[in-house]
Design a protein around this ligand. Sequence first.
Ligand code: NAD
Length: 260
Amino acid sequence: MSLKGKVALVTGAASGIGRECVLNMAAKGAKVVIADLSLEKGNLVVDEIKKAGGEAMAVSMDVCDEAQVNAGIDACVKAFGGIDILVSNAGIQIVYPIEEFPFADWKKLLSIHLDGAFLTTQAAIKHMYAAGKGGKIIYMGSVHSHEASKLKAAYVTAKHGLLGLARVVAKEGGPHGVSANVVCPGFVRTPLVEKQIPEQAAELHITEDEVIKTVMLKDTVDGTFTTTDDIAEMVAYLAGTETNAITGQSFIVSHGWFMQ
Ligand code: NAD
């Protein structure tokens, strides 16, 4: 699928899934913006894309900060002439049993996932409406948008919340040609997951290998991690498809963990 002439901004794109999404969309012809906390790390991804012949820029953006979000999206529009695709992907994980979950950590996680999705949507959709060319908004959900796991009260709550936001954006954006969908990965071995393996082993009093086999991959059909490529291809499909028939939906990419 070609994304030639399209402009895509991805939050949390200096690492993991977001990074793969920008590399893949740039390879398919999009101009991409890496929006992440660290401009330095974002610029490393820009260099990689430019070396491969693509077009990219980085902006420093904390997705919880309204002024930084607006400035980053305005910079994208100024540099590349618009914004056609928003991938709201920035995220963190914090695990505790509910009775020990620090309120500050609960609020921090919800803010990054939900305030971040709201603020970036609001900033991007104004430009999409004004340009009159429609747009694609893609939220990085999770199997945890549909399923629960122990120790993940804040994450499961946030990822379920994204389904609601996507459905509202689909309804409001529809008449303007803007679609909104959620991509729901299973476990992908990014820094976010590598950090959880020892944490969960300590909380659950099991080995790291047991965390992988009996917690993370237990319900997959083949005991296999999903890859950043798997997710980037799904995102590129939703970003590039001509039709807006697909909107308000979620797409689980998880080796069969949780079947709808
Ligand atoms: P990652 O840790 O590799 O990357 C996350 C990126 O988000 C980092 O570059 C980080 O700097 C950035 N970030 C964090 N807080 C931010 C903020 N306030 N503002 C801007 N950027 C911020 O993690 P990942 O695994 O690639 O996760 C990306 C998304 O995919 C997250 O929303 C995560 O919940 C979701 N997800 C991941 C998995 C998985 O197994 N890895 C599974 C399902 C969903």
